[in-house]
Design a protein. Structure first.
Length: 191
């Protein structure tokens, strides 16, 4: 007699053999999972307590609203400036990547004014922004061939570009704007 028919006959007469085999397979599969969970719990206890922080869940460019989610991390991994309470209406000060833990310097809460660094002022330069002059872009301001200041674009619309510049250079830039002789130059990344 062949083996397969004998096994079927034995299982038909004694169903407990089938359930015993199913239980043995289930235990064989569950044991490694239980061991791994025990190891993970031990590692979690070794890290100490956790802290809940806000993390970006989508890429955002400077001036764009942030899409965020709360996540828990071991306290040893959380920087002191991590955001634990998300203010309403927060926007990115600079490019933020998906999955990035947010810190205080990553976000502004007061619209374009929040993007202006301390010691800087924002001036509206009448020019069509074009696709290369977006919020967060570093620019140099020139007038009559002279370099006036470096700045960062904090807002744009169809007729002007608002540039944050150091306060010391603001008077000469304002004069160049009123004279209509100002040029914005996009600054490339430092190499």
């Amino acid at each position: 007699m062949q083996v397969l028919p004998r096994c079927r006959l034995a299982l038909a007469r004694h169903p407990s053999i089938y359930w015993l085999a199913v239980t043995a397979v289930a235990l064989a599969l569950a044991a490694p999972i239980g061991i791994q969970q025990t190891r993970l719990r031990a590692q979690q206890r070794a890290w100490g307590h956790t802290t809940t922080v806000w993390v970006a869940v989508a890429d955002a460019d400077a001036g764009q609203p942030l899409r965020v989610q709360q996540r828990e991390y071991p306290a040893a991994m959380v920087p002191a400036a991590a955001i634990t309470v998300m203010p309403a209406g927060a926007t990115a000060v600079h490019a933020v990547a998906d999955g990035e833990m947010l810190v205080e310097t990553d976000l502004a809460t007061s619209g374009p004014g929040g993007l202006v660094p301390p010691g800087y002022v924002a001036l509206a330069v009448p020019t069509a922004p074009g696709p290369h002059l977006g919020v967060g872009a570093p620019v140099r301001l020139y007038s009559n061939g002279n370099h006036l200041a470096d700045g960062t674009i904090v807002a744009t619309d169809d007729e002007q570009v608002v540039v944050a510049v150091p306060s010391a250079g603001a008077p000469s830039i304002a004069m160049a704007i009123t004279d209509g002789v100002i040029v914005l130059a996009l600054v490339g990344p430092a190499r």
